[in-house]
Design a protein. Structure first.
Length: 126
């Protein structure tokens, strides 16, 4: 499959995971009244599983389940690093620059997604 086609699928899959992230973030923060930083973690977990399934099976067409535990561990490690970047970024934007937490999340997730495509392609779903 061409890289161009994978990028398009990555964007679509990532967009689905981001939508899950935003919906969970909003619902947990606004409806359950949980602090936005805790909500970010909860939303990230939901979007992680959405992203993993879509990226593995659809974007990178990786149907090999014999190494799924290794792929999951690699992706989880990358995701933890991304979560750290996300947490620091959203905290700084919200608390230091008074940016709305939903907009801050959009900015940070966009930056993280751009970097993660190549990591997923060349390290996780090889």
């Amino acid at each position: 499959m061409s890289t161009r086609k994978q990028v398009i699928k990555y964007i679509i899959s990532g967009s689905a995971a981001v939508m899950i992230n935003f919906v969970v973030l909003y619902l947990v923060t606004e409806l359950l009244g949980i602090w936005y930083m805790t909500s970010v973690i909860i939303a990230f977990v939901f979007s992680f599983f959405t992203s993993f399934v879509l990226q593995k099976l659809w974007t990178f067409n990786n149907k090999d389940f014999s190494t799924i535990h290794i792929q999951t561990a690699k992706l989880f490690t990358i995701t933890l690093v991304s979560l750290g970047i996300n947490m620091i970024g959203i905290y700084l934007l919200v608390s230091k620059f008074d940016v709305w937490y939903i907009f801050a999340q959009a900015l940070i997730l966009g930056l993280i997604a751009a970097g993660n495509f190549f990591t997923y392609k060349h390290l996780v779903f090889v």
